[in-house]
Design a protein around this ligand. Structure first.
Ligand code: ZN
Length: 191
């Protein structure tokens, strides 16, 4: 795996794992799928393996990603869904031809109509986004409390009070910032 590309952030919700391929949207943005090859890698990790991807297909993916981000953000703050984002999500969903396959051991797998059909994979992601934005699944859309992030994430915690898109990154950074601020306020307590 080439070291020059930033790592993926993998969650357990497909649509928001996908939107997390661009992070720090309100800070120094990090693009985690900057090339077609990197999108191929991401899809493979998420059970949607394709054997190739064109720059045009990568463009469709970016467009879908930002549309999901816009619609999920609006849903999280109970705002009206942006029509252009809804259109893109619906177009990608309608153009996907992936089939849900039940494996002998009782798991669901996606079968794409052909190994070069990135559009099928995007259709699966779009449908996943529709199910969480429509409120069909157990959980709640929320925005990350980190001011440089503000990513929309799907909170499945029992109390629905999760604050950060990811504890290991945004959560820890916020805690560290608060700790440092307290140390400055109470310099005598240092060391
Ligand atoms: Zn975050």
């Amino acid at each position: 795996m080439p070291a020059e590309f930033p790592d993926f952030r993998l969650g357990n919700v497909l649509a928001t794992s996908f939107t997390a391929t661009l992070t720090e949207r309100h800070g120094d943005t990090v693009e985690r799928i900057p090339t077609p090859r990197r999108l191929v890698d991401w899809l493979a990790v998420n059970g949607l393996a394709v054997d190739s991807c064109t720059t045009g297909q990568l463009g469709l993916a970016w467009d879908l990603r930002e549309s999901i981000h816009a619609a999920a953000t609006a849903a999280a703050i109970q705002d009206a869904l942006p029509a252009s984002a809804v259109q893109v999500i619906n177009d990608r969903s309608a153009q996907g031809r992936a089939a849900a396959i039940l494996t002998p051991d009782g798991n669901r797998r996606w079968r794409l109509s052909s190994a070069s059909r990135v559009e099928d994979a995007l259709g699966v992601i779009a449908a996943d986004a529709i199910s969480i934005i429509a409120g069909e699944r157990d959980g709640k859309l929320a925005l990350c409390a980190s001011p440089t992030c503000q990513a929309a994430f799907f909170d499945t915690s029992q109390s629905r009070t999760r604050k950060w898109c990811e504890m290991n990154t945004c959560g820890n950074r916020q805690k560290k910032a608060r700790f440092n601020a307290n140390q400055r306020k109470n310099p005598t307590r240092q060391r």
